[in-house]
Ligand binder design. Structure first.
Ligand code: PMP
Length: 394
C-alpha cells in the first residue's frame, strides 16, 4: 500500500547524520568499548525523590486518563515558574502540558502553520526540527548562522528569508552550539517577527543551563507575548527525559486550540508523571542548578584542555550540555573527522554537518560522561586532531 508523502518524506531523504552514533552502538554491541560523546542524555538518572512522588501518585490511583490540558496543579506550577523567570503574567490558561518538548514543538507549529506555509528555522539546528516542520505540512526554510559570530543569528539574515513565512523557530540556549542569544539578538529577532507578522516559536528546554550571560525569553519583549509560543520541558532541567513531560506557553486562544489538538493527538500526559513533575518543580531553582552542575564543571575542564593547543577551536558554550569544536584546521569535514576518530580512538562525537550546513567543519561533543573519562577523551581528540593537522600542513 502506498504511504503518504508527508510520512515518507519526513526526514527529507539522505543521511540523517546519525551514522557515527549508530556505528558506535554497533561497535559497543560487538564488545569494543567506545567513549560516547554523542547523545544529549544526562549521565545521572531521575532523582529518587521524584520517582517516589511518581510512585506515590500512581499507587494513590492517578493512573486513569488525566486532564488533557494538564492538571491544574502542574499548569499553575509551570505558570508560576514562567512568571518568576520572565516577569510576564502567565496563568494556567497560557499553559498546555504535552508529552515532552518534542510534542510541544509539533503542537506549536500545528497552531502556527497551515499546510504549504513556510516555516523558518535557524541552522545549525536540533536534529528533529526540519522533520517536525514537514510533519505539520509546512515547508522548512533554513536561515544560516555563522561560526565567526559564535552562531548568534543576524536579524538581517532572518529578514532576508522572512517574506511570505508564517513562523520562526529559535532555540536558546542552543543545541548544538551552546550559544545563548543576547538581548540584542533577541530584540532583532522580535523586530523581524513583528515586521513580517511571524509567529515566534521559542524552544527554551535548556533555560536552566546557563554558564555565561542570562537567559532571556523573547516572550518578555515588548509586543511579543501575543505572537510567541514557548516550548519547555522537564527533560533537561530535571533529568526526566524518559518521563515525557513538557509544555507550550502562549496566548490563551492559541492554547485553547492546542488543547483541542491535544485531544485528537496525544490525549494528555499520565497523571502520575504530572504529579511527579509538580514535586520536581517545587524543589526550585537550586535543584535545577544541581542537575546542570556536571555540565558547568565539564565545560571548565574542556576550556583548560583546549587552552593547551591551537588545532581545535572552541565556540565558547554559554549554555546547555554540548560543545561545538571547530576542526577545520585538520582539513577534514566534521563527518570525516568523526568517522576517523571513531575508527582510530574509539571516541564517538556528532559531525557538525548532522545539524546543518552552518556547522560544517565542526563536531558536537556532549558533556554527558564522567569528568575523568571526559577529560581523557578530549585530550585524545586534540592529539588526534594535531596529528591530522601535521599531516596536511607539516
Ligand atoms: N528541543 C531541543 C533543542 C532538544 O535538544 C530536545 C531534546 N534533545 C528537545 C527539544 C526535545 O526534548 P523532550 O521532548 O525530551 O522534551
Amino acid at each position: 500500500m502506498a504511504l503518504s508523502k508527508r510520512i515518507t518524506t519526513l526526514t527529507g531523504g539522505g543521511s540523517d547524520g546519525w551514522d557515527v552514533f549508530l556505528r558506535a552502538r554497533k561497535m559497543i554491541a560487538q564488545g569494543t568499548p567506545v567513549t560516547e560523546l554523542t547523545i544529549g542524555e544526562h549521565d545521572i538518572r531521575t532523582a529518587a525523590p521524584i520517582l517516589q512522588a511518581m510512585h506515590k501518585s500512581a499507587i494513590g490511583g492517578h493512573t486513569g486518563y488525566a486532564m488533557v490540558p494538564g492538571t491544574d496543579a502542574l499548569r499553575d506550577t509551570v505558570a508560576r515558574r514562567t512568571m518568576e523567570r520572565t516577569g510576564v503574567r502567565t496563568t494556567r490558561d497560557n499553559v498546555l502540558i504535552t508529552p515532552g518538548g518534542q510534542s510541544a514543538l509539533f503542537a506549536a507549529h500545528s497552531a502556527a502553520c497551515d499546510p504549504g506555509d513556510t516555516a523558518l528555522y535557524l541552522d545549525p539546528y536540533y536534529a528533529t526540527y526540519p522533520g517536525t516542520l514537514r510533519g505539520v505540512g509546512a515547508i522548512p526554510r533554513a536561515v544560516q548562522t555563522r561560526a565567526e559570530d559564535a552562531f548568534q543569528p543576524r536579524a538581517r539574515d532572518i529578514e532576508a528569508a522572512a517574506a511570505g513565512a508564517r513562523s520562526l523557530l529559535i532555540n536558546s540556549p542552543n543545541n548544538p552550539t551552546g550559544t545563548v542569544y543576547s538581548q540584542a539578538t533577541l530584540q532583532g529577532i522580535a523586530d523581524v517577527c513583528k515586521a513580517h507578522d511571524l509567529w515566534l516559536i521559542s524552544d527554551e528546554v535548556y533555560d536552566s543551563q546557563i554558564w555565561e550571560g542570562a537567559h532571556i525569553s523573547p516572550r518578555s519583549l515588548s509586543g511579543m507575548a501575543e505572537r510567541t509560543l514557548v516550548i519547555g520541558s522537564m527533560s533537561k532541567s530535571h533529568a526526566m527525559t524518559g518521563s515525557r513531560c513538557g509544555w507550550v506557553i502562549g496566548p490563551e486562544d492559541a492554547i485553547e486550540h492546542m488543547i483541542t489538538f491535544a485531544t485528537h493527538t496525544t490525549y494528555g500526559v499520565p497523571g502520575f508523571v504530572q504529579d511527579a513533575s509538580v514535586f520536581a518543580l517545587e524543589q526550585g531553582p537550586a535543584f535545577e542548578e544541581e542537575v546542570g552542575a556536571p555540565f558547568r564543571r565539564r565545560r571548565s575542564i574542556a576550556q583548560k584542555v583546549l587552552e593547551g593547543q591551537n588545532t581545535v577551536g572552541l565556540i565558547p558554550a554559554q549554555g546547555a550540555m554540548y560543545l561545538m569544536l571547530d576542526i577545520r584546521a585538520t582539513g577534514l569535514s566534521g563527518d570525516d573527522f568523526a568517522n576517523a576518530l571513531l575508527d582510530a580512538e574509539h571516541i564517538a562525537v556528532m559531525p557538525g554537518e548532522s545539524f546543518g550546513a552552518s556547522a560544517a567543519g565542526h563536531i558536537r561533543v556532549a558533556m554527558t560522561i564522567d569528568d575523568t573519562v571526559f577529560e581523557a577523551a578530549l585530550k585524545t581528540l586534540c592529539r588526534f586532531a594535531e596529528a591530522r593537522q601535521m599531516a596536511v600542513s607539516p
